[in-house]
Design a protein around this ligand. Structure first.
Ligand SMILES: CC(C)(COP(=O)(O)OP(=O)(O)OC[C@H]1O[C@@H](n2cnc3c(N)ncnc32)[C@H](O[C@H]2O[C@H](COP(=O)(O)OP(=O)(O)OP(=O)(O)O)[C@@H](O)[C@H]2O)[C@@H]1O)[C@@H](O)C(=O)NCCC(=O)NCCS
Ligand SMILES: Nc1ncnc2[nH]cnc12
Length: 274
């Protein structure tokens, strides 16, 4: 069981990076707004995380206590080590910090849920209960980007998603991907744009200098779908135009990419994607 879950986790990371054209993000033909990384950096980073996913799956499978927040604390220790592995594999570039967090949670929770015949999203909700309060509300010194954005705008980004049990994945992104038609690339592109229309990505907020541009992002995603999305030449042309705009302004949607990764992981687990 562990082997298949780990395989799906790494596959999800690789599926995301090869999906193209992604505005502002790294894909095989374009580095978007990331001058310090390319698709090869992501391949190296993905493979370097194998041990972490094995550990995350084992932690979930073997956990026997009643309080699932303890499981999250155990996973976090492994996650901190995994961040170091990632930086070693990429020579110091942040490729997958958000994915180490989100996908690690999914791998661990799915193993626990399968073992105990439970719903993975409700397991995550229990694992991450109180996370925003503990990590952000009680913090005195606002050091990370996520903490600074929380202080300024009350948006808790990656942690909020986790504490909600990734409602956006369960209720929006995953059903959308399952229903999406076309090639794998077309299905994943449309799902990424759907995610970008729905979540406040703290990476985008950081790079665009505030929350004002979020409404522009939502309008851009709406226009993409009005043009017919990935299955229309106009939709694809628009993605190329958006990439130019993203690069000119140094915008990225790295948080949305992380949510796509966990959505792909779940679709693979459910055999709704090959
Ligand atoms: C909770 C952590 C993820 C850390 O949170 P932190 O407070 O450090 O920062 P956040 O801004 O809250 O988010 C961190 C990364 O999470 C991704 N993300 C952003 N918004 C969302 C969202 N709404 N939902 C889900 N995920 C989200 C995002 O990662 C992606 O972007 C990164 C690339 O961006 P880039 O601008 O290029 O970054 P840098 O070049 O590094 O620039 P600077 O950061 O230097 O300015 C890429 O990694 C994508 O994956 C955010 O970056 C978690 O890490 C944590 O708990 N940290 C504490 C230590 C720990 O316990 N670690 C182990 C976790 S198990
Ligand atoms: N393809 C990608 N480009 C940039 N940041 C990312 N974070 C996760 N996937 C990414």
């Amino acid at each position: 069981m562990t082997k298949e879950i780990v395989n799906h986790a790494i596959k999800a990371l690789l599926y995301e990076v090869v999906t193209e054209p992604k505005p502002g993000l790294v894909d095989p033909s374009n580095n978007g707004s990331h001058s310090d990384m390319d698709a090869f950096t992501f391949i190296s980073s993905s493979l370097a995380l194998e041990d972490y996913f094995i550990e995350a799956a084992k932690l979930g499978e073997q956990f026997q206590e009643a309080d699932l927040t303890v499981l999250f604390q155990n996973l976090r220790k492994a996650g901190i080590l995994a961040e170091r592995q990632m930086f070693r594999a990429t020579q110091g570039v942040n490729t997958h910090k958000g994915a180490i967090f989100a996908l690690g949670i999914f791998v661990c929770a799915k193993s626990y849920a399968d073992k105990n015949n439970l719903n993975v999203f409700s397991v995550i909700k229990q694992m991450c209960a109180g996370l925003v309060e503990r990590d952000l509300k009680q913090v005195q010194h606002y050091t990370t980007v996520g903490a600074t954005i929380y202080k300024q705008y009350g948006i808790a980004g990656a942690r909020e998603m986790a504490e909600s049990g990734y409602q956006v994945v369960e209720q929006i992104a995953l059903p959308f991907l399952i229903r999406a038609t076309g090639t794998t690339n077309q299905r994943l592109l449309d799902t990424l744009m759907k995610i970008a229309a729905e979540i406040p990505d703290t990476t985008f907020i950081k790079r665009s200098g505030g929350i004002d541009q979020l409404s522009w992002l939502k309008q851009a995603m709406q226009r993409y779908f009005e043009l017919g999305g990935s299955k229309s030449p106009e939709g694809m042309q628009y993605l190329h135009e958006l990439n130019d705009i993203f690069v000119a302004h140094n915008y990225t949607i790295g948080g949305c990419a992380d949510i796509l990764i966990v959505t792909v992981f779940m679709a693979l687990e459910m055999e709704k994607l090959v």
